[in-house]
Design a protein around this ligand. Structure first.
Ligand code: TEU
Length: 513
């Protein structure tokens, strides 16, 4: 059921959209089990409409053992009972669309869950079987195959290889996993892997999703020789940003474009592309590939005018030749919250720099986060807002025994991991879950720090100087010749009523690059 009233704006909404990331597990819990769910998202749609977002991006809600927060998927065509069911997903998409909010779903093509039927079949079928060809199974090195097939390391620490056990109990082949051992990497040279993902795109587009966020989008294709990591020229590194990837996304674009004539507008491909070279990054945004990709460069910079200016200029310059809009991202479910990051001496972001007990000046961080929010809202292109940043939530310092993110354990307990930004939303200033689980007397799946109570939605909503009010009033867009600073319209003021044409019609942004 594609939305019928959306997609008629010109220029296209997505080039200047505000897209709100919902970490489904932590947004709203409708059934009082302490875990967020799709019905919980649906119950807060009015909040999102009032915030003025054009679209929501839902993190994975598919059946999963949740070894990596749902980025370990067992079945892309279903919903994990913890989060609801397919009917609930369809209701959410429809009801969001009725408020002018489009829905983007997450796809995770680099790997599947170790519980996925393909991988279970591969383990049983054994070495040399066609079932194993869908993954990267290899003999080990050494006299007894006891050494890993190569020197690749997992993104979360440790080796990227795990050894299997044969049915007779003897040690067997090794398999590749760029993330946890619960997430075996797929072999993108296999035709069934390619075909399956095209079908998954259609499955969600047919249900009204207007786009997909593509997880780890630069990692899918591997050099089949699986060489050790060594200096290789761009495009020929063994598992990042390989030239062959562009062909994959061209085929995805063909599927997305086949939906273009519908009233919902184009189906969007949004890449999670972590690449240092901005030109290599922009190559994914050529007109027959992805529509947009997350630009993380600004996010990893320190809070410094020269650094930010340089990042913005480079970003705009590399997007211009490919004709794609820039995107602006201050955070997401993988990184330290801006309020905390900007309150630290090293105000840039890097995974290795995250540590327990890092001194943090939250007042400074909050002031800087307010400025950064307005800065990105004023830039041309699309803006991504991670849930809770509009409340100014700090990174939660969780007790070690509460942390479930595999990054923590795989770092030997050194890295706090990413749960600190994934703590459930405080909707109310009191109650066992601060309104996250409604009236249910249950603790949420991650503990909320005391400080979250004072940042609850219900307190901030009526407070003129709150972070929420700042986000609600951030620069709006309109079809009129609204020239931004200093003649900007504010969506919370009466002038906004004159300029804001309809809910969700590109509220914040004026210029498109
Ligand atoms: O993250 C991809 C990812 O690899 C980065 O977050 C990574 O840590 C970065 O490349 C550091 O260089 C995505 C999801 O956003 C994340 O939550 C998942 O855990 C991961 O993929 C695996 O699916």
């Amino acid at each position: 059921m594609p939305p019928t009233t959306l997609g008629r704006e010109h220029p296209p909404w997505w080039r200047s959209a505000v897209i709100y990331e919902i970490y489904v597990r932590s947004f709203g819990d409708s059934n009082g089990d302490g875990v967020g769910d799709l019905a919980g998202v649906r119950s807060h749609l009015d909040y999102l409409a009032e915030l003025g977002v054009d679209a929501i991006w839902l993190t994975p809600f598919y059946p999963s053992p949740l070894a990596d927060g749902g980025y370990d998927v067992v079945d892309y065509r279903a919903v994990d009972p913890v989060f609801g069911d397919l009917g609930e997903a369809e209701r959410l998409i429809t009801e969001a669309a009725a408020r002018g909010i489009r829905t983007i779903v997450d796809v995770v093509p680099n790997h599947v869950s170790a519980q996925h039927p393909w991988f279970r079949e591969a383990l049983v079928a054994g070495p040399g079987s066609s079932a194993r060809q869908k993954f990267w199974f290899r003999e080990g090195k050494g006299d007894h195959n006891e050494l890993t097939p190569n020197d690749w390391t997992s993104e979360f620490g440790g080796s990227a290889w795990t050894r299997t056990t044969d049915t007779d109990g003897a040690p067997g082949e090794w398999y590749l996993h760029l993330f946890t051992p619960d997430q075996p990497d797929l072999n993108w040279n296999h035709p069934e892997v390619v075909a399956e993902h095209l079908a998954v795109l259609r499955f969600w587009f047919d249900r009204g999703a207007v786009g997909v966020r593509i997880d780890s989008a630069a990692l899918l294709v591997k050099d089949p020789r699986l060489p050790d990591v060594a200096a290789s020229p761009p495009g020929e590194r063994p598992f990042v940003d390989r030239n062959e990837l562009h062909e994959v996304y061209r085929s995805w674009r063909t599927v997305a474009d086949s939906y273009a004539p519908t009233a919902g507008g184009p189906r969007l491909l949004i890449g999670e592309v972590w690449l240092e070279d901005p030109k290599r990054f922009a190559a994914y945004l050529r007109p027959d590939e992805l529509h947009t990709a997350f630009n993380f460069d600004l996010m990893i910079r320190p809070f410094d005018a020269k650094e930010l200016r340089e990042s913005i200029q480079t970003t705009l310059a590399v997007h211009e030749p490919v004709g794609a809009p820039a995107t602006w991202v201050l955070s997401n479910h993988d990184v330290t919250r801006p309020v905390t990051r900007y309150g630290r001496r090293e105000s840039n972001f890097s995974f290795p720099a995250k540590r327990f007990d890092t001194p943090t000046d939250l007042a400074l961080g909050t002031a800087r986060a307010r400025a950064a929010a307005l800065l990105v809202a004023a830039l041309p292109g699309a803006l991504y807002v991670f849930q809770g940043d509009e409340l100014g939530l700090p990174e939660a310092e969780l007790p070690r025994d509460a942390i479930v993110d595999p990054m923590h354990a795989r770092s030997g307990g050194v890295d706090p991991g990413r749960d600190g930004c994934r703590v459930p939303m405080p909707w109310a200033a009191a109650g066992p879950s601060l309104g996250f689980s409604g009236a249910a007397d249950i603790a949420p799946w991650l503990p909320q720090p005391q400080a979250f109570a004072a940042l609850a939605v219900e307190l901030q909503a009526g407070e003129p100087s709150s972070m929420l009010t700042l986000y609600r009033r951030a620069p709006c867009s309109c079809d009129a010749p609204c020239l931004r600073w200093p003649t900007i319209h504010w969506s919370g003021s009466s002038s906004a009523k004159a300029c804001s044409p309809s809910p969700g019609a590109g509220r914040h942004r004026v210029r498109t690059p």
